[in-house]
Design a protein around this ligand. Structure first.
Ligand code: GUN
Length: 291
């Protein structure tokens, strides 16, 4: 069983990006600048945003973290987004989700200038992705594609089952895997909460990408021998034996699934670090696309 090591793969990508930044610097050019807006105090979101900012620093990007209180009005947030859209110093930015309930996420997504939308969430960029046009691909699905590509996982003509149809992972994942690219060219089945006989479907799968947000959902009996399994989930589970009081698990029950797999991504250290690498790739792309 091959472990799809997101830490090592992400480190390789970050080294490549750092080399590009050095080149830009030596040519006297501007280094990429990523901004992140964080509204409120959600613990997981703070961890993710801090990791993104740190990753920027490590590759030589500039970064700006805009923290706004949980009571921030939708109008104030939209005005901050407008400021970043118009700021020539900022190449790309993200608004960390989820947002407080009183803010309409769709309005926020639409407010981000498509050419600075390094999350790839704006409808214009989602449309471009669907049509196979150059664009910012959403970080998590793109990270999975990079991982499959760099490990030379064969996808052409394979049965790929995606579990979960969210706008930011499952749906774009299904689109990317079915496109005529490599990795890609798979026969994709997108499954969700209303899918009947899920186990019958997953047992046919050569590749299973799990992104539904339920701890240990995919179990060994749902997976055929020799499958490739990619786990996009991440959850904190209480664990008194750990100093922190918790441990991280994915959407895949690793202990029962891994022995059946040709390859599997672990949690932590799988898709998570790839997501950050993708965001950095998109920010570098934002600079090149502006030229
Ligand atoms: N929340 C969970 N994943 C993401 C992501 O990729 N981008 C943003 N902005 N928020 C998220």
């Amino acid at each position: 069983m091959l472990l799809l090591d997101g830490n090592a793969t992400s480190a390789a990508i970050r080294t490549e990006i750092a080399e590009e930044v050095s080149k830009l610097k030596s040519q006297g050019k501007k280094v990429p600048h990523l901004a992140a807006i964080l509204v409120g105090e959600d613990g997981a979101s703070q961890t993710y945003v801090n990791a993104k900012v740190k990753a920027c620093e490590n590759v030589g990007f500039e970064s700006t973290l805009v923290r706004m209180p949980a009571e921030t009005s939708e109008e104030e947030l939209l005005s901050t987004i407008k400021g970043l859209n118009e700021n020539p110093n900022i190449d790309g930015f993200i608004v960390q989700l989820p947002l407080p309930k009183h803010i309409d996420e769709d309005k926020v997504t639409l407010a981000v200038a498509p050419q600075k939308d390094v999350d790839g969430f704006h409808p214009e960029n989602v449309g471009r992705m669907s049509l196979g046009l150059p664009t910012f691909l959403p970080a998590t699905p793109n990270g999975v594609m990079e991982m499959l590509g760099r490990y030379n996982i064969e996808t052409v003509g394979k049965n790929c089952v995606v579990i979960g149809r969210s706008n930011i992972v499952g749906t774009p994942m299904a689109i990317l895997m079915s496109r005529g690219t490599n990795p890609g060219n798979a026969t994709v089945t997108l499954t969700h909460s209303r899918t009947k006989n899920l186990k019958e479907i997953t047992l046919q799968a050569d590749i299973i990408i799990v992104a539904l947000g339920k701890p240990n959902f995919l179990t060994g009996e749902m997976v055929k021998q020799g499958a490739v399994v990619v786990d996009v989930g991440i959850h904190r589970i209480e664990d008194a034996s750990k100093k922190s009081g918790f441990r991280l698990v994915g959407d895949v029950e690793f202990e029962t699934v891994a022995p059946k797999c040709a390859a599997i991504s672990p949690v932590p250290g799988g898709v998570g670090p790839m997501t950050i690498a993708s965001l950095l790739q998109n920010t570098l792309k934002a600079v090149t696309m502006r030229k």
